[in-house]
Design a protein around this ligand. Structure first.
Ligand code: AMP
Length: 444
């Protein structure tokens, strides 16, 4: 183990960089664009250069940080550069659900690339076993496997593993907790010694460090701590249909004694529409968006800061870094596309240890996005009932509303059913799909 700072390779940029700066192969960039990925998350900023430089890595990162893409993207890029019918990468995971989820992410990223991949996990019957055997014999490029099932195949001697370049252990702490330690050692005994090894774990207890010592060679270390909204913010959310949002906002703003109210919407058209609509209804409101001249923006902001203007509606240009004291109420008219933006928006209230309220409107389409925010901050946000005069809202069921994973629109969903007074349940992980590639190149 080494504790030095991560050194950056000459061929990869220093953070902060965009995906474009990484010079990924065009097929991979196409996949990224189709998935709507624009900027790398912090773990991606730190891990991708290290992985591209062929260093071993130990990374402390939880689900929700973007860790999967952090190791998949550079791996796919290398396979595009060095194609062939051999197992290049083995990803070992604790559960079948995680194996399927990674395989689905891979399917999105590698949609335009000649990269074959398969998820191999227990609990499936003979036909699946035969398909897995075929993939492992012919050399699917990326294998995502749970330990027990992989060992069954390895013991049979047909797995084309001698040219393996990358070993990735994901959720390593969970694998040890589940008693997979001996299985991991056994699997590693089958692998070529000269390889790149990456270990991802949500926690770093001593047993993980011991495992790292055994299987990693001079690893770089990365530690990603999640940002969270300040303690003083009271957060809640309304589950609504789009056509209920305006009335809901009106009922929230009516007779509010709060000095400063900040409303966020993701698009400038919506921001303009809210400003116009609410002005017409007699509210004291102004807007800030990118179509305004800088002087106009400054003037509106000055009015808001001086408390001459009670309500400001803005796009995310106001969500980061702007210091306005004592905003009592932040309303997210829609769920921000980026979970970090949620934290920034909500961070506009309760600054400097004061208290504040942050309310978010979630339409059926945004439910999955909202669930991802909850995953990132590590807790569920209370869903409250919409006022009865607005009628019934949708059911909160992110899983049902996520729809099938689609190219170019992760988590796009359709409307839910009738909503009974603010009750909610949280959705589980996406378990659809089986394996991809059938053991051979998957070109779409
Ligand atoms: P993970 O931590 O790997 O489970 O990823 C959490 C979620 O963030 C997944 O739904 C990813 O699709 C999404 N995600 C990861 N990286 C990015 C990115 N750079 N831009 C947008 N979404 C991302």
């Amino acid at each position: 183990m080494q504790d030095e700072e991560v050194t950056q390779p000459e061929t990869t940029p220093t953070p902060p960089f965009t995906f474009k700066d990484l010079n990924f192969q065009p097929e991979l960039m196409e996949g990224l664009n189709a998935m709507g990925f624009e900027k790398p998350t912090p773990i991606q900023q730190q891990a991708i250069p290290v992985i591209m430089k062929d260093h071993d890595l130990i990374a402390c990162a939880q689900t929700g940080t973007g860790k999967t893409a952090a190791y998949l993207l550079p791996t796919i890029n290398k396979i595009i550069q060095h194609p062939g019918d051999y197992i290049d990468t083995l990803i070992i995971v604790p559960t079948r659900e995680l194996a399927i989820q990674i395989d689905e992410a891979l399917q999105g990223f590698a949609y335009y690339a000649q990269v074959s991949h398969i998820a191999i996990y227990g609990g499936t019957g003979g036909i699946s076993f035969e398909q897995e055997k075929k993939a492992l014999t012919q050399g699917a490029n990326i294998i995502i496997a749970t330990p027990g099932r992989l060992i069954s195949h390895l013991n049979m001697g047909y797995v084309k593993i001698s040219e393996l370049k990358h070993l990735i252990l994901d959720e390593a702490d969970r694998m040890l907790d589940m008693g997979f330690s001996d299985d991991l050692n056994k699997i590693i005994s089958f692998l070529p010694k000269k390889r790149q090894s990456l270990l991802f774990s949500a926690t770093m207890p001593p047993k993980i460090r011991d495992l790292a010592k055994k299987i990693l060679h001079n690893p770089e270390q990365i530690n990603i701590s999640l940002s969270k909204p300040a303690e003083g913010v009271l957060q809640a959310a309304y589950v609504v249909y789009d056509n209920q949002k305006t009335e809901l906002l009106k009922s929230l703003l009516k007779d509010k004694k709060v000095a400063s109210i900040l409303i966020f919407s993701s698009t400038k058209d919506k921001v303009k529409e809210i400003e116009k609509d609410f002005k017409r209804s007699g509210f004291q409101i102004s807007a800030i968006h990118s179509d305004l001249e800088q002087d106009e923006r400054n003037e509106v902001l000055r009015q808001f800061k001086n408390k001459n203007l009670q309500t400001l509606v803005a796009t995310d240009i106001l969500s980061r870094g702007i210091d306005i004291d004592s905003i009592g109420l932040v309303i997210n008219y829609d769920v921000p596309g980026d979970a970090e933006d949620y934290i920034h928006r909500v961070g506009r209230t309760a600054r400097a240890a004061t208290t504040g309220v942050a309310l978010t409107f979630i339409n059926p389409h945004d439910q999955r996005k909202f669930q991802k925010i909850e995953e990132l901050i590590g807790y569920e946000i209370n869903k409250i009932a919409i006022p009865p005069h607005l009628g019934e809202g949708p059911v909160y069921d992110p899983k049902a509303n996520a729809g099938k994973p689609m190219r170019g629109s992760f988590g796009k969903g359709k409307g839910g059913g009738g909503h009974k007074g603010g009750g909610f349940k949280s959705g589980g992980s996406n378990k659809s799909g089986g394996y991809k590639g059938g053991g051979h190149h998957t070109k779409h």
